[in-house]
Ligand binder design. Structure first.
Ligand SMILES: O=C(O)CCC(=O)C(=O)O
Ligand SMILES: [Fe+2]
Length: 363
């Protein structure tokens, strides 16, 4: 099929980047409209709820509201800042690796994380910037000049993203018949949490040795707002014989997905999908992949357990015992448990999240 230059291509590809191929399997994610969700459109809210139960991933069209358009502009700015950030030499970037101090903020070099049980390591670098640092809730961490200079842009992106997160949480809160504000009160913007921006860079891989750049995982927190331009993100649909499929990046859209906390709060009703980043498909594989994420997580002291107050959240099984763990400890265990550079033995399973629930395979 000759599809170059047609209307769909203009809509579906990013100017200046090689197109996403038409011949790879993709996830049929719902495209929701931010404008409709903000207006409280009942059908759109129901679609959000269904997507959160079935897949835990959806596209959010940001082009039909002022909030969305300004977030797209902020994301564009941060893509440029991300490129500048990773141009710094490795020695300088390593000054901002705070993992030895038990912090998941700051820089992670390529190859610092085990991506599978066999001990293969990742092929991307990233930099996590704390929301509390940028919002002046906690003391600033040391940061390179390119980040110190752009705090206002980061703050604007964080405010816009946090607004999306709160909207998603409020819709789910309502659909679950939870007392008003239950989720929002566990994610107050001014409270100390693991909320962060993540800048990511993955260089092109050798053509004869393309591997997973970021290992399979479920996100640790509540709601993730993700901006992709090149393909590579893949999700594993539910079920025993499921196969990995790509998430096609769409201009003007964010990809929204739910994390472990939402699974724990709802005892598995909402889904946190397993995903990973492979080399970008087709001719995109020769380009450097940048991506940008906002992770929202429950406030540090929030216990990750089933919430009371909803008639829709399934009860615990008779002998099911919930682990006592708060949001902060959960994130540290998950974020640092697979680091090869912390001088500790890696127990791959111990730093797992809700992957098993996510598979939806009855044993
Ligand atoms: O870069 C991406 O598309 C996804 C990144 C991701 O899943 C993560 O950082 O948790
Ligand atoms: Fe992720």
């Amino acid at each position: 099929m000759q599809s170059h230059g047609n209307y769909t291509d203009i809509q579906n590809n990013f100017p200046g980047l090689p197109p996403f191929p038409d011949d790879v399997p993709t996830a049929p994610l719902l495209r929701l409209s931010l404008g409709k969700l903000l207006a409280g459109d009942a059908t759109e809210c129901e679609r959000l709820f269904q997507a959160s139960i079935e897949i835990g991933f959806f596209y959010l069209d940001l082009q039909d509201s002022d909030h969305g358009i300004s977030l797209l502009r902020d994301a564009d700015n941060l893509f440029t800042i991300g490129e500048r950030l990773f141009e710094l030499n490795l020695e300088e970037k390593m000054r901002y690796d705070f993992s030895a101090q038990n912090s998941y903020f700051g820089y992670k070099r390529p190859g610092a994380v085990v991506v599978d049980k066999q001990g293969n390591v990742d092929r991307n670098e990233f930099y996590n910037v704390s929301k509390d640092d940028i919002m002046r809730i906690t003391d600033p961490l040391p940061a390179p000049e390119v980040l110190r200079r752009s705090r206002d842009q980061q703050e604007s992106f964080m405010l816009g993203s946090h607004g999306i997160v709160t909207l998603v949480l409020n819709i789910l809160n309502d659909k679950l018949n939870l007392p008003e504000g239950t989720f929002a009160n566990l994610h107050r913007r001014q409270a100390v949490s693991g909320d962060q921006i993540r800048f990511i860079k993955a260089p092109p891989q050798p053509i004869d040795d393309r591997r997973t750049a970021l290992g399979q995982h479920t996100d640790f927190g509540s709601v993730t707002v993700l901006f992709n331009r090149l393909g590579g993100l893949q999700v594993l649909p539910p079920g025993a014989d499921a196969e990995w499929v790509y998430v096609r990046p769409l201009p003007g859209h964010a990809v929204i997905n739910l994390g472990d906390a939402m699974v724990k709060f709802t005892n598995g009703l909402l889904r946190s999908n397993i995903h990973r980043v492979a080399a970008p498909p087709g001719i995109q594989g020769d380009s450097t992949r940048y991506s940008l994420v906002y992770f929202a997580r429950p406030e540090d002291s929030v216990m990750l357990r089933r919430l009371e107050g909803s008639d829709l959240i399934p009860p615990m099984e008779k002998d099911q015992v919930e682990e006592e763990i708060n949001s902060k400890d959960w994130i540290i265990r998950r974020a640092l448990g697979r680091r090869v550079d912390l001088g500790k033995d890696i127990d791959y399973e111990k730093s797992a999240g809700t992957e098993q629930t996510s598979r939806r395979i009855k044993v």
